[in-house]
Design a protein around this ligand. Structure first.
Ligand SMILES: C[S@@+](CC[C@H](N)C(=O)[O-])C[C@H]1O[C@@H](n2cnc3c(N)ncnc32)[C@H](O)[C@@H]1O
Length: 244
């Protein structure tokens, strides 16, 4: 079994590789899995260059109700898509900060922000288990298909809680499970980087968010089952909470 540090190296290398394979600098937006793209309305993507790649599993921006002037933090910001959509909502008086531990992602996202002429978005290299940010400076923490990849999810939600102002909110799209993973699944690095085997069963996920101090915790999504179900034990959910 790999240590947390070894797992992070695997994940970071995998996303650096996926970024290199997916980016089409000259294409119209956006590259990424068809399922990731399907979470966004076409008109939101049309204005973006092909170097804005998405590896998400939802659209937290659509659910967070961001207001002009707010400060938003994106945990695991990748090539920046959700940050750019959030930047439109918070406007020039607001700010968006993306944090990611893959240096290639930070460079691509920074390049993308410059291409889009966005002055209210910055990207910081860092681990979401130990955020490079001061306490209580953020109104919204969002994340898209990232926290499942973090070995210490308690630390991630504790950090999200720490950097939020009182009254601030958490809106996360992530993969959750209908059952615990087996040891063989846990050791499958493709299943880990594919955002499946590092995650938690849904009720345990919501409990982890509550344990960090969040109130009004809700987890919404449709677990697989019924006609045509192919036996998959994961599904995309939206998890939200508030710092009172
Ligand atoms: C599945 S991709 C999602 C990227 C982006 N949110 C999107 O929707 O396209 C996961 C991203 O999280 C980053 N990541 C994974 N674990 C992280 C950690 N512990 N700290 C910071 N970034 C992390 C990876 O480098 C990668 O860019």
């Amino acid at each position: 079994m790999k240590s947390p540090i070894e797992l992070k190296v695997v994940v970071s290398q995998s996303y650096a590789d996926r970024l290199r394979e997916a980016v089409e600098d000259d294409a119209a937006c956006c590259a990424g899995d068809a399922e990731s793209l399907a979470a966004y309305p076409t008109e939101a993507l049309e204005k973006l260059p092909g170097s804005v790649v998405t590896f998400g599993c939802g659209n937290p921006v659509a659910l967070a109700g961001m207001r002009p002037g707010e400060t938003v933090l994106d945990l695991g910001s990748g090539a920046g898509l959700d940050c750019f959509l959030a930047a439109e909502q918070v406007g020039e008086t607001g700010a968006v900060i993306g944090v990611d531990f893959t240096q290639d992602m930070i460079e691509k996202a920074t390049e993308n922000a410059a291409k889009l002429g966005l002055g209210n978005v910055t990207f910081k290299h860092g681990d979401i288990e130990a955020l490079p940010l001061e306490d209580a400076i953020v109104d919204v923490v969002m994340s898209n298909c990232v926290i499942n990849l973090a070995p210490d999810k308690d630390a991630v939600f504790r950090e999200a809680f720490r950097v939020l102002r009182p009254g601030g909110r958490l809106v996360v799209s992530d993969m959750v499970l209908t059952r615990p993973v087996t040891e063989a699944e846990m050791d499958d690095m493709a299943l880990l980087s594919g955002c499946i085997s590092g995650s938690l069963p849904d009720t345990e996920y919501a409990d982890t968010v509550r344990r960090a101090g969040f109130a009004e915790v809700a987890l919404e999504g449709s677990p697989p089952g019924g006609e045509g179900w192919d036996g998959q034990f994961w599904y995309s959910a939206t998890i939200s909470g508030v710092k009172r």
